[in-house]
Ligand binder design. Structure first.
Ligand code: PLP
Length: 402
């Protein structure tokens, strides 16, 4: 692969591997190749590296090491949480509550469970993408075993009121106990987008399960984890040699796990500084875009949003056309979500916050990251107005409305 330099503004889709993460992984890809389940030193060193990584990651979210189960990524962690809790607790109840703007890794397991007799409530969100706490409370029945709400949305960056929902779940648990109802109720959050951007303490959020993925915070692809609070009843999805205390069989991805822990270490060190830097850079970019381009709107919450997320509707311009034109100038950006951008269906998230098909198709997502520099923002704010002007000049639709 040879590449000319690109300005990468799609950090919500994936992030570049931090060179310091790669350096930490290298020994385990080369001489440290042992299988962590073996008894000789080579294997035991791999095992120690995994356990040390587990400790680092657990510390970062104020959990215990044994509550971290490594997976192949965010998708597996979400599937594990949802199907695992559903199957282990269906004798008590078969109702799950989630919402319309979750990632497909949450929505699809829910759809799949519906075909197998589970009932799923998909709560609507408001125009900024927020889930309403009162609606969560109202949707809970004595059959409800699981609530799943993401910490931050991958398309519009909206940050959900997780700790407030966590409090509702806790009070339901207390009331059930008083009434002698044995049905458990668990709270899961997909924190794949927020992990590394926002500080996370599992007890403050009152979550029982939490998903994260390394490649969204400058770690390698193909490794993630599910935080599983002690005592949560869950069925296993992968059966085999009993790795991860039986929760998730499969020979451990040693280098991946070590890389994930290094990524977490770096995120922890840089979290506050990076939050502020990205926030300022993002707001500067939004300001420039609004100064230079007419008829553009910001999708998502005005302030309860991830510090690196910009999601725009640029009237009269196809999102795909913008992405391809920006690509010609060396900029990587996205429209809708990365996984659905190959289809022509408008993003389910933008539809859920009330956008018309047209406005959803005219969306552009710019997500900044650790390697985004001031000069990248200046370049984009020069190029984007030109791209938009050119595309609008050939759009019969735009001429009609303006
Ligand atoms: C990327 C992402 C996932 C999927 O994680 P993978 O590691 O790519 O499988 C799940 N949820 C959210 C919110 C994401 O952004």
């Amino acid at each position: 692969m040879s590449r000319k330099k690109i300005i990468y503004l799609d950090n919500a889709a994936t992030t570049p591997l931090d060179p310091r993460v790669l350096a930490a992984m290298m020994p385990y890809l080369k001489e440290g190749y042992g299988n962590a389940s073996t008894l000789y030193s080579l294997g035991q060193e791999a095992k120690e590296a995994i356990e040390k990584s587990r400790e680092t990651i657990a510390n970062f979210i104020s959990a215990k090491a044994e509550e971290i189960i490594f997976t192949s990524g965010g998708t597996e962690a979400d599937n594990f949480a949802i199907k695992g809790v559903a199957f282990a607790n269906e004798k008590f109840g078969r109702h799950i509550i989630t919402n319309t703007i979750e990632h497909h890794a949450v929505l699809e397991p829910c759809h799949w469970l519906e075909k197998r007799g589970f009932k799923v409530t998909y709560l609507p969100v408001d125009k900024n993408g927020l889930v309403n706490i009162n609606e969560v409370e109202k949707a809970i029945t004595d059959e409800t075993i699981l609530i799943s709400v993401m910490q931050a949305n991958n398309e519009i960056g909206t940050i959900e009121p997780i700790s407030e929902i966590g409090k509702v779940v806790k009070s339901v648990r207390v009331k059930r106990k008083e009434r002698g109802i044995k049905t458990p109720i668990y709270f899961h959050t997909d924190a794949v987008q927020s992990f590394g951007h926002l500080p996370i303490k599992v007890d403050e959020l009152s979550v029982d399960l939490l998903s994260a993925s390394a490649h969204k915070l400058y770690g390698p692809k193909g490794v993630g984890f599910l935080y599983l609070r002690r005592g949560v009843k869950i069925d296993h999805l992968l059966h085999g040699g009993g790795h991860e205390k039986g929760f998730r069989s499969g020979t451990e991805n040693v280098a991946g796990v070590v890389g994930f822990a290094k990524a977490v270490e770096l995120a922890k060190e840089e979290l506050n500084r990076e939050y502020k830097r990205l926030f300022e850079l993002r707001d500067k970019l939004i300001k420039k875009i609004f100064e230079k381009i007419k008829n553009v709107r910001l999708n998502g919450h005005p302030h309860l949003r991830l510090p690196n997320n910009i999601n725009l509707t640029v009237e009269g311009v196809e999102g795909e056309a913008m992405v391809l034109s920006l690509n010609d100038t060396g900029i990587a950006a996205s429209t809708g979500s990365a996984c659905s951008s190959k289809s022509l269906k408008p993003s389910h998230v933008l539809k859920a916050i009330g956008l018309s098909d047209e406005d959803a198709h005219s969306s552009l997502r710019l997500t900044l990251g650790r390697f985004t520099k001031d000069k990248d923002i200046n370049y984009l704010s020069k190029v984007l107005p030109q791209v938009v002007e050119k595309l609008r000049s050939i759009s019969p639709f735009y001429k009609k409305i303006n």
